[in-house]
Write a protein that binds this ligand. Structure first.
Ligand code: CP
Length: 307
């Protein structure tokens, strides 16, 4: 089974395979499963982009998407994640996308369920399809990863996007540096030697990748207001002028406008924020294709009954 749980587990050639499939889907490639496949999207945390783009991807591939909402499911009666997934597997679902607030929620499923799991984000852990769509966006822009400098700026400690991207971009030959509030940066979340002052990071980077301030994961109230954050660490109009001529702005979104980035820069010429969302559909089609292809053989019908 091909789960997609973290980017760390993907070999470089598997990453390029997914990016190639995503590129071809964008160009109009058709691929559909040979048999009817039911898919379910289990979102235990809010989502707009990931959930909707998985649903679009599933429908474009011709999958039957089971409607599942945590709030109206037996999760509310205390059913565990394992029993929920095992139930869906028993009734015929053949691939699940899961977002959960618990880091590495998938450890309790892998080896016990017989359908591929695609991680739509686990706590402060990983968000592999976000990372893959970021890679697709960067590659579309620069045609390679080697030699690029990527500045990941903001709430590093609480960001699953930062973790997924730092790992994979480094393996693909880019240089990753970090900036943002030092109180949201520690050795558990990133390589401390890669920390740079904000103005240096913005001037040096080919890609300025901003992260959302994740208030919902903060244990204590942050020590600065939205305004102060924007002044000290945000991409303000003044800082945008310091960027290299051909460098681009990325943000996984949702965006806190005028906090991580000035409102008028969200859709400026350098911004690839909505391009990232568009690419998300193609990357998710490629991730689903990879999972469904791994079912072949194990998904066949036996001819137990005969005349
Ligand atoms: N980037 C991202 O994961 O957005 P959603 O939380 O809206 O899915």
């Amino acid at each position: 089974l091909h789960h997609l749980l973290t980017t760390n587990e993907l070999k470089v050639d598997e990453i390029y395979q997914i990016l190639n499939d995503a590129h071809n889907f964008k160009k109009g490639m058709e691929w559909h499963p040979e048999k009817k496949i039911f898919a379910a999207n289990l979102f235990f945390e809010p989502s707009t982009r990931t959930k909707s783009s998985f649903e679009v991807a599933e429908k474009r591939l011709g999958l039957d998407v089971i409607h599942f909402e945590v709030l109206t499911s037996s999760v509310q009666k205390g059913e565990t994640l394992y029993d929920t997934v095992k139930t869906l597997e028993s009734i015929g679902v053949r691939t699940v996308v899961i977002r959960h607030d618990q880091d590495r929620y998938f450890d309790e499923l892998v080896g016990k369920v017989n359908i591929p799991i695609i991680n739509g984000g686990d706590g402060c852990g990983h968000h592999p399809t976000q990372s893959l769509l970021d890679l697709m966006t960067i590659h579309q822009e620069f045609g390679q990863f080697a030699g690029l400098k990527i500045a990941i700026i903001g709430d590093i400690r609480h960001s699953r996007v930062a973790r997924s991207n730092a790992d994979v971009l480094t393996r693909l030959g880019a240089e990753v540096i970090f900036s943002g509030p030092e109180e949201w940066f520690d050795s558990r979340s990133a390589d401390m030697s890669k920390y740079r002052p904000i103005d240096y990071a913005i001037q040096e980077a080919d890609v300025v990748m901003l992260l959302r301030v994740q208030h919902e994961r903060h244990q204590q109230k942050s020590s600065f207001t939205a305004n102060e954050y924007h002044k000290q660490y945000g991409l303000s109009l003044e800082r945008e002028k310091m960027m290299k001529q051909d460098s681009i702005i990325m943000h996984p979104a949702p965006v806190n406008r005028n906090v991580e980035i000035a409102d008028s820069l969200v859709e400026c010429k350098r911004s690839r924020i909505f391009k990232q969302m568009e690419n998300g559909v193609y990357v998710r089609m490629a991730a689903l294709k990879r999972s469904i292809e791994s079912l072949e053989g194990g998904n066949g019908y036996e001819t137990t009954y005969s005349k």
